[in-house]
Design a protein around this ligand. Structure first.
Ligand code: NAP
Ligand code: GDD
Length: 362
């Protein structure tokens, strides 16, 4: 039985990866952080599993990382923990650098100092944000990086320090350069989830309007459940290498809105341009979507489109396993169900324990 350590196990990807590794028979350890309210909704259903263990550790705290690595002595580490919100990285650039850049170094050093450098394989959660102000379309493993936010600059350090430890110490460590991947477990302030939740609430009369930023931004959106499979595959290869993981298809935020609202029975038409653009309900003429400059970023990455040729060829991975339309449907269906049980003035989160118990929310 292999032992895996997942940092960031409470996150979207961490929770799906923990499920996958448990299915594969691994002993799975995850790191969590202390907070005044313990919302661990994404992993609540696997807590108590005999092969699932949680440890307190913070990527900003070397000693906690050392402690968990020396105690668990993992065969594989998936370093998913990060301040993962690009817009937030403009408000908290130092914290983002500490966790997303130096934090990666702390994990690598913990493995080395615990004498595990020849036995422990490390996956680093890298990102398409490294391509930033893109220099070619679509982007592959050879496309030059041009990070365009404090988040991306920090992640670029993470990418290079992983490569450095691979070459300097012969460690099996590699980065998955993952393009955006979403799911029904996506954080509620990322654009896709913000849209599917709002569409569900508007359709059920619980919200009037949705405010968004750049509607023309283009992303290569995949399904997170498919992407965690790649993380595992990347660590099973004979030689440590970096991989681009993407669907190879690109859509705009505007298109995502159209599809999500259609799924809840609302047909949208657009009027106006840029900050004046509005999404209008064709049936009622009501304005449902408006642009707010609050959601503009000082520098925005607007043209991400991945080329998954290497992952398809070497990992045997199918980038089109879940289509764009299926992804949006999975998310809108899940949010329609969640919103239906929201009580007036309360969020799903408020009643989570009760909903989990009754099986209303999974
Ligand atoms: P997420 O849902 O935001 O999860 C982030 C995880 O990191 C959470 O478990 C969070 O814990 C943890 N974390 C944050 N700060 C930490 C710290 N100081 N010490 C320890 N843990 C900390 O992100 P995700 O979407 O699952 O993404 C996983 C990783 O992939 C991230 O590194 C992200 O940057 C990267 N990535 C994501 C995408 C994507 O589209 N999803 C694409 C490319 C790369 P709390 O629950 O306590 O906050
Ligand atoms: N969050 C958000 N909120 N984004 C908006 C909004 C809004 O109201 N309106 C438009 N957008 C645009 C953003 O400007 C951006 O161009 C795009 O929608 C996607 O934004 P996010 O969903 O916040 O994701 P991201 O692409 O910035 O970052 C995610 O993907 C990266 C991989 O490319 C995160 O998961 C990162 O951690 C990940 O590395």
């Amino acid at each position: 039985m292999k032992t895996a350590l997942i940092t960031g196990v409470t996150g979207q990807d961490g929770s799906f990866l923990a499920e996958l590794l448990l299915e594969k028979g691994y002993d799975v350890h995850g790191t969590i952080r202390r907070s005044s309210v313990d919302y661990r909704e994404r992993i609540a259903h696997i807590e108590g599993h005999p092969r699932f263990h949680l440890h307190y550790a913070d990527l900003g705290d070397s000693m906690s990382i050392m402690q968990v690595v020396s105690q668990v002595r993992p065969d594989e580490i998936y370093n998913l923990a990060a301040q993962s919100h690009v817009q937030v990285s403009f408000d908290s650039p130092e914290f983002t650098a500490d966790i997303d850049a130096t934090g990666v170094l702390r994990v690598l050093e913990a493995v080395r100092l615990c004498g595990l450098k020849d036995t422990c394989r490390i996956y680093q959660a890298s990102t398409s944000e490294l391509y930033g102000k893109v220099e070619e379309v679509p982007q592959n493993e050879n496309t030059p990086f041009h990070p365009y936010s404090p988040y991306a600059v920090a992640k670029q350090y993470g990418f290079w320090i992983v490569k450095e430890y691979r070459e300097a110490y012969g460690m099996y460590c590699c980065s998955g350069i993952l393009f955006n991947h979403e799911s029904e477990r996506r954080g509620e302030t990322f654009v896709t989830r913000k849209i599917t939740l709002a569409a569900a609430r508007i359709a059920q009369g619980k919200q009037d309007k949705l405010y968004l930023g750049n509607l023309s931004s283009l992303r290569d959106w995949g399904y997170a459940k498919d992407y965690v499979e790649c993380m595992w595959l990347i660590l099973q290869q004979p030689v440590a290498e970096d991989y681009v993981i993407a669907t190879g298809e690109q859509h705009s935020v505007r298109e995502f809105c159209e599809l999500a609202f259609r799924n809840v029975g609302i047909e949208l038409r657009w009027e106006g341009e840029e900050a004046e653009e509005k999404g209008i309900d064709v049936a009622t003429g009501k304005v449902l979507i408006e642009v707010s400059p609050d959601f503009y970023r000082p520098t925005d990455v607007v043209n991400l489109w991945g080329d998954p040729t290497k992952a398809r060829a070497k990992l045997g991975w199918n980038p089109q396993k879940t289509s764009f339309a299926e992804l949006v449907k999975i998310m809108t269906d899940a949010d329609m169900a969640k919103v239906a049980v929201e009580r007036a003035g309360e969020s799903v989160r408020t009643n989570l324990a009760e909903y989990l118990e009754k099986g209303i929310v999974k």
